[in-house]
Design a protein. Structure first.
Length: 270
């Protein structure tokens, strides 16, 4: 098996301006913040970013001017409210925002992971989102071939790059997700390129001795990066909790019009 261990700069080189990206985790849990810092620093831009329930990852990328389109069901900071820079960019027409539903994003990623053109979803017919997504070519109302009436076919989501932060990985690209996995396995398998950032690099024997912990096998992985505290200030279960004080400091600086100052500090952490 090939040694896929690289540094953050080499991993960022795998991403091109204009790519469609997705990131691990949900809201303030296991976001690949170190990678996002390097991505901002690289100067690449015009990304389309897609996820079910992102948070600081989307907000800071949009604040840095790296994004042209965002697709999500919700972008927020849990008990601290919605993402301020996403809202500002949408209101001012700086980015395109495509509202999703949780089920549609999950099933789009699932279809991508399975190599299927689409998967059906119930429960969203009758909403304004159907018309929107039909125009964009993401969804289509079809007839259930088994006589169940109309149903929405959600087109497969196949990101150019998925960046997944994990607790443990080896140099070959086997990776272990501890705690809630969310849609991360679907993202890893659906993407054309997969970058793993890991708290800890373990010997391959770890996975030989604990095969049930090999959540993402090496065959999907393009590159592995060793980044302790790579999800900070979001949480990495079994390693550290979210730093709510730091998140509140970020939000305070956003409210005060100092987000650029925060970004300058943020990209120097790694």
């Amino acid at each position: 098996m090939k040694d896929k261990l690289v540094d953050l700069d080499a991993a960022v080189d795998l991403v091109g301006s204009g790519d469609t990206l997705t990131f691990s985790g949900v809201s303030m849990v296991r976001k690949p913040m170190a990678f996002i810092a390097k991505l901002i620093q690289s100067g690449k831009k015009d990304f389309t970013i897609i996820d079910r329930e992102p948070g600081m990852d989307f907000d800071i990328l949009i604040a840095a001017g790296c994004v042209k389109c965002a697709r999500a069901a919700m972008v927020g900071f849990e008990l601290f409210g919605l993402a301020p820079n996403v809202r500002k960019a949408v209101q001012e027409g700086e980015i395109q925002f495509i509202e999703e539903t949780c089920g549609a994003v999950v099933n789009g990623l699932r279809a991508g992971a399975m190599g299927l053109p689409f998967l059906p979803v119930k429960g969203i017919i009758g909403t304004d989102l159907v018309e929107l997504h039909e125009k964009l070519g993401n969804w289509k109302i079809i007839n259930d071939p088994f006589g169940g009436g109309e149903i929405v076919a959600v087109k497969a989501i196949v990101p150019d790059v998925a960046v997944i932060h994990v607790q443990k990985a080896d140099r070959r690209g086997n990776a272990s997700l501890e705690g809630s996995r969310f849609e991360d396995v679907y993202k890893a398998k659906a993407a054309k390129k997969l970058i793993i950032t890991a708290e800890e690099i373990v010997p391959t024997d770890y996975f030989k001795e604990n095969p049930e912990r090999n959540t993402i096998p090496y065959c999907y992985t393009t590159a592995v990066v060793h980044v302790p505290k790579g999800a900070y200030p979001t949480a990495c279960p079994n390693y550290y909790p979210p730093d709510y004080e730091e998140v509140l400091r970020y939000l305070k600086m956003c409210r005060e019009g100092k987000v650029k100052e925060y970004i300058d500090e943020f990209i120097k952490r790694w």
